[in-house]
Design a protein around this ligand. Structure first.
Ligand SMILES: Cc1cc2nc3c(=O)[nH]c(=O)nc-3n(C[C@H](O)[C@H](O)[C@H](O)COP(=O)(O)OP(=O)(O)OC[C@H]3O[C@@H](n4cnc5c(N)ncnc54)[C@H](O)[C@@H]3O)c2cc1C
Length: 386
């Protein structure tokens, strides 16, 4: 089967999941596709699109209905991220961060009061961002330097963050800072910072190769005042929140990657049917058919790995190794499939008039964020040898 609308061969989807997937696909085709080129060229998310993502229920997929969410599963969040990625990697990661990192963390570690205050906003109107990385701490995330101090009636944060997705659009930021550097990673605490807090500013936006419409920003904290109640989980336990959310978030990035790969594959399959050389469509040459078959097989393998990891997570089973493998494999596969799609387009594939070069640019980030490929290999190796 070459069409993502078809029922996957092995990982069965329920009728509800199929209907949800197809609704997101239709939304992506109708509402996002016409904006993709402009958003990429201008490196800017279309502001009119964001309320539509909320209306579609895509910003609180797992959020319980009592908080205004859709009460869905992690697997459903992955289906949405995949279908959005098939049309645009930037919208896909916006929805991914909102669901698999930010909302996920609030669901798991928020007190009742925190949930009451923030989750309805996150489901209906507020975009969230997840701020762990800094200029000197990427792979070595727990070496972060953002300092938090207890000032009695409030926390005060000083330092900066780098590479924060949704930085320009977000109203609330989940920020990891160290309360007690002498304690190392055991000083790390997760703070909830609203955009308007005193001493907080969003800094420069990166000019990127891919996912250009997704804002990636620096965050600056200069005596930033955070209310005492605005911590997620316990003081000194932020490292646990960071590890556990990223373990899950990786599956979402896998979903983004298989979506991007599907978009590139679909475009290439359609193109080879129409492009003629030597007096016939190039799709009639076995060499081309074998390339398509190779791409489709790689994509199927990556999709099954991502779906399997998401299903394991929803079932409450161990999934960390499968998540790392799914992200590693799907991001490499996406880059490869997008590159092969450019090959099938010939010279046209190398121009901005055709969609495949953008898929290729957008795929590259999958091997970098939420843990580079080496970090995934490290996780897998650690689990194999433990
Ligand atoms: C577009 C974009 C969006 C992002 N969004 C967010 C976000 O929303 N929130 C957030 O907190 N962060 C975000 N990040 C940051 C991202 O997670 C980091 O860039 C990533 O973790 C890598 O860190 P680094 O860039 O510092 O690279 P480095 O850690 O400096 O790595 C450089 C190279 O060294 C390798 N390496 C490092 N250590 C080892 C080791 N021990 N063994 C083997 N190889 C090693 C890496 O694999 C990599 O190849 C984003 C980044 C980008 C580019």
């Amino acid at each position: 089967m070459s069409d993502a609308m078809a029922r996957p061969a092995v990982t069965t989807l329920s009728e509800d999941e199929l209907a949800f997937r197809d609704a997101v696909r239709e939304f992506a085709e109708g509402e996002i596709k016409p904006l993709v080129v402009k958003m990429d060229e201008e490196a800017q998310m279309d502001s009119a699109l964001i309320p539509k993502l909320f209306e579609m229920g895509l910003m609180g997929i797992e959020s319980p209905e009592q908080y205004g969410g859709a009460g869905g599963t992690f697997f459903m969040a992955c289906l949405a991220i995949e279908q959005l990625g098939r049309v645009d990697g930037s919208v896909s990661v916006l929805v991914d961060v909102q669901n698999t990192l930010v909302t996920n963390a609030f669901i798991r570690w928020g007190t009742d009061a925190i949930k009451q205050k923030y989750m309805p906003k996150l489901a209906r109107e507020w975009i969230g961002a997840y701020a762990l990385s800094e200029s000197t701490s990427g792979s070595d995330a727990f070496a972060l330097k953002l300092r938090a101090e207890d000032k009695g009636d409030k926390w005060v944060l000083n330092g900066s963050k780098l590479w924060i997705t949704n930085g320009n659009e977000a109203s609330v930021f989940l920020v990891f800072a160290n309360m007690n550097p002498a304690a190392g990673y055991k000083g790390i605490t997760a703070f909830i910072v609203e955009k308007g807090y005193k001493g907080f500013t969003v800094g420069k936006k990166e000019d990127k190769v891919g996912i250009r419409a997704s804002s990636t920003c620096e965050l600056l904290f200069e005596n930033c005042e955070v209310p005492k109640e605005n911590i997620l989980g316990e003081v000194g336990k932020g490292y646990k929140i960071a590890i556990e959310t990223l373990n899950e978030g990786r599956i979402g990035i896998g979903a983004q990657m298989i979506g991007i790969a599907q978009g590139a594959y679909d475009a290439a399959r359609d193109y080879v049917k129409g492009r003629e050389q030597f007096g016939k469509p190039i799709a009639q040459f076995q060499g081309i058919q074998f390339q398509l078959a190779e791409m489709r097989t790689q994509l199927e393998a990556a999709r099954l790995m991502v779906y399997n990891a998401a299903r394991l997570k929803d079932a409450g089973e161990d999934f960390i190794e499968q998540a790392a493998m799914a992200k590693l494999f799907s991001s490499r596969t996406a880059e490869k499939i997008c590159s092969m799609a450019i090959d099938l387009f010939g010279g046209n594939g190398f121009t901005r008039e055709y969609p495949v070069e953008k898929f290729w640019r957008d795929a590259k980030i999958g091997q970098i964020y939420e843990g580079t490929s080496n970090m995934q290999l490290q996780t897998i190796a650690k689990m194999e040898l433990s």
